[in-house]
Design a protein around this ligand. Structure first.
Ligand SMILES: *Cc1c(COP(=O)(O)O)cnc(C)c1O
Length: 476
């Protein structure tokens, strides 16, 4: 299997070659040159598999330059009950992604039982093990530099902690994350993890990371890498739980289901699109946004209008507060019949800060055949949904999952199981849970008192030179 760029001007690469990189040299995103097709016999066999074995089957469809026996070791270690142990009261950690049935044909797929209680662990844990494997084989090292407002940074740190040949330098805005999120990240004592709190906002941290990454000489000399959401291996890892969720919510492979996905950068739902292209019987992919409705607008109107950063709403489902969706280009590449010249033309408009409009084109006519529908949610909707799911079913959901449940309810179809992807646990967003329920969120037992643990964080000015100097001094 070869990986090609959505912009069509970079050479095709193998899996291991694109694993450690980000964008393709031509500015595009990597995708497999064809989507593997899953036969009816395979689907029947896969229905019975535990998560780690299913993951291996799917990885083998996309990875042909790592021996199967080594991939098996990686999949077994990544998807073990020991890693996904923060299950909700009725969940079975051995299931990795247990299904919670709220009522017949209406389910939550728990994706947030990993170390940081958000679905990003599902992919990031695999990435950590793949990085370690490939770096070992090549005798290379990497220094991951990133900026986070919460979920991504902690998922990356928990995936890379203690890994040889990998160091993580994670910038966060000082004092802007919740006490729980700060405790999750800053209490890590692993020698290869460095937390840097910059005096400024998330955008200041992000700008520093971009500036350092644009310094090609520095990047090469100090082996600077990233683990952002455009990484192909993260999308690939997420394909697995669409299959798992399908099997859990159906009794036969003749049935179709719908998935509802709380969306920001389009990474999670992109994996659903790929699962559907591989032949998984998905009737609809329901895309849910919060007030930042760039993607909902596209699927309703055919107009993609990325917003200016200043136009981005700060909401109570913060991991969906995006102004442009970094993985969306992957879907559009498929939508335009994989014509890279068309993608280049469309993204010329996006990169110059304007919108593109597919209305009146053959691509717009093709859109319904991809199964997407969408909707948006507001702060008031989140509060009402969290309250309703708690009082009706006794299940506590987080703010992002609430956006999903709200929109999923608008798109239910008779006889089609609806599976809402649960992307985080409520404990991460205590303030909104208090506002909705007048009580503290439930918290996994082994996370009692993490706010009191000693913290390890370097506070510095939002200054690129200071960050560079810190990296140089610690990257060894
Ligand atoms: C990252 C994140 C999302 C959005 O996922 P995308 O892949 O960016 O669309 C939704 N919910 C939570 C809790 C997240 O951390």
């Amino acid at each position: 299997m070869r990986y090609i760029s959505t912009r069509g001007l970079s050479a095709a690469q193998s899996f291991s070659d694109i694993l450690l990189g980000g964008l393709a040299p031509d500015g595009g995103l990597y995708l497999p040159d064809t989507y593997p097709q899953i036969s009816a016999a395979e689907l029947a066999e896969w229905r019975e598999l535990p998560y780690h074995a299913l993951a291996l089957k799917i990885l083998l469809k996309f990875v042909d330059d790592i021996p199967a026996c080594d991939l098996k070791v990686i999949a077994d270690r990544t998807y073990s009950a020991n890693v996904y142990r923060h299950c909700r009261p009725n969940g079975d950690a051995g299931e990795i992604t247990p299904l919670t049935t709220l009522e017949p044909d209406f389910h939550l797929l728990e994706l947030s039982n990993g170390p940081t209680l958000a679905f990003k662990d599902m992919a990031m844990q695999l990435l950590g093990n793949l990085f370690e494997y490939v770096l070992d084989k090549r005798g290379e090292t990497i220094n991951i530099l990133g900026a986070t407002s919460g979920d991504t940074g902690s998922a990356a740190e928990y995936a890379m902690r203690g890994k040889h040949n990998v160091k993580v330098f994670m910038l966060s805005p000082e004092g802007k994350m919740s006490a729980f999120q700060r405790a999750q990240m800053y209490s890590l004592q692993d020698a290869n993890i460095f937390n840097i709190a910059v005096r400024g906002m998330f955008d200041d941290a992000q700008d520093i990371v971009k500036a350092v990454s644009n310094d090609a000489a520095f990047k090469a000399q100090y082996k600077i890498g990233a683990v952002n959401s455009i990484n192909w291996a993260r999308v690939m890892a997420q394909v697995v739980y669409y299959f798992k969720g399908y099997f859990a919510a159906t009794t036969s492979n003749d049935q179709k289901v719908a998935f509802c996905v709380p969306s920001g950068n389009f990474g999670n739902i992109c994996a659903g699109h790929i699962a559907r292209m591989m032949g998984l019987p998905i009737a609809h992919l329901v895309l849910a946004t919060n007030e930042n409705d760039v993607l909902d607008e596209f699927f309703r109107t055919g107009v993609y209008r990325p917003r200016a950063t200043a136009e981005t709403h700060v909401t109570s489902s913060p991991s969906m507060d995006i102004s442009k969706a970094s993985n969306f280009e992957r879907f559009v590449f498929d939508l335009v019949g994989r014509d890279a010249a068309v993608v280049r033309e469309l993204w010329k408009q996006v990169d110059s800060g304007s919108a593109f409009d597919l209305r009146g084109t053959k691509y717009f006519d093709a859109l319904p055949s991809y199964g997407f529908v969408s909707g948006r949610s507001s702060h008031a909707d989140r509060l009402a949904t969290i309250r309703d799911i708690w009082t009706t079913y006794g299940v506590m959901i987080d703010t992002h999952t609430a956006d999903g449940v709200k929109v999923a309810r608008e798109h239910r179809e008779e006889g089609v199981p609806m599976i809402v992807l649960e992307t985080a646990q409520a404990v991460k967003f205590a303030e909104t849970i208090q506002a909705a329920l007048g009580r503290d969120p439930v918290r996994p037992k082994d996370m009692d008192g993490i706010e009191q643990l000693p913290q390890r964080v370097e506070v510095m000015a939002a200054d690129m030179q200071a960050v560079k100097a810190f990296v140089v001094a610690h990257c060894g």
